[in-house]
Design a protein around this ligand. Sequence first.
Ligand code: SAM
Length: 387
Amino acid sequence: MTPEEIKKFSSEQMTMLIHGAIGLNTVQGIELGFFDWIPLNKPITAQELSGQLGYDITKVERWLRFAVSYGYINRSDGGYTLTTKGSLLREGTPTPDLLGLHHMFSYFTKAIQHSKDAYQKGVGLDSISQGKISRDYIPRVASQLSKSSAEFFKGSGLSTGHTILDLGCGDGSVLREISRTCPGVSATGIDMNIHTIEQGKRKNSEEGLQDQIDLQVGDVTDMTRFPDNAFDWVYAFNVFHFLPIAKREKFIQDMIRISRYGIFFNQVIANNIQTISVDVLLATLFTDFTGFFSETEADELIKKVSALHHTFMPVIQGESRLVVIYTLKNDIPLNRIANFPEADSVKLTSAGIRTAKGLLASSPEAMAALVTNAALLRKLAIKALFP
Ligand SMILES: C[S@@+](CC[C@H](N)C(=O)[O-])C[C@H]1O[C@@H](n2cnc3c(N)ncnc32)[C@H](O)[C@@H]1O
């Protein structure tokens, strides 16, 4: 290594340490209650904060110095107040997923403590924590995903009166969001983790959704009990990464078999330093984590299930790509869709988009390049395909 390379490498390592420390100090602040105790408007002194919470004053002052330099709090003559950035880390803020990170951080710290055990076969962190990790982790990370996916499903054809199945549903937070966004939908969720299913049932009852959402304990790698076309829509979010690799193809084939209209699932692609790092960390944290996809593996899986009408949507969460496969057995030529403008039908047909399913499976960019009213045409295709 040249001196220049050594300098560059050391500086990278230092940056990594600093980022880790900022994350941990932030989580510490959440855990200690600082973000909830420091007011937004009326300043509080370090002495008052230490007295009210019973914490060592020198440590409180040291944390406050970090928080001021990172822009979480302001310092004035009268004491300390939260900045807007700091206020986003309070309980009950509109950024619950950020608070979810706080929990992930504590798991990551545990993973570091126990990594030697976690690398040994059969002695993963899951067993060390008696299953608590999977149990607490899931419900908190899903809320952002729930919102974007519920909207997305609606835009893809889900509507009142349809049935929907969530495979590996966790606590059912995505189903609850769908039920709020699309009230007439009848929803079922399956997960093998009994704790999270129980938690989900409680939340359903609290929101009066117990009749609309049926949560069941079950293994999604065995779907023999479901007949063909058992549900209108079937989806699985962040689940592939927990399924044995040899069972992933069959899993999609079963989803296609039991869905009448279409399936949705995401594939997290590990192709940059962030996703690759998380891939390693999750494998340390969860004994049942089998891994994210490389781009090639992800593409090959779609090819293997020979999905004719599929589309990849942009990111819905992190480095995830959303795959939609339309499974409806019938299709309609564009010129037979009610009110479909003839000029658009001609343009799309000459570009190889000939049917309603073909239109829905085309990328938004390709559609936008061909027609000016892509959103309206999508709506017409959806209306024609899904009653
Ligand atoms: C990362 S969580 C995702 C939860 C939820 N879909 C979401 O997006 O928030 C993965 C879930 O898959 C469940 N899971 C993994 N393998 C499963 C299997 N073979 N059968 C049923 N559930 C499974 C786990 O219990 C866990 O709840």
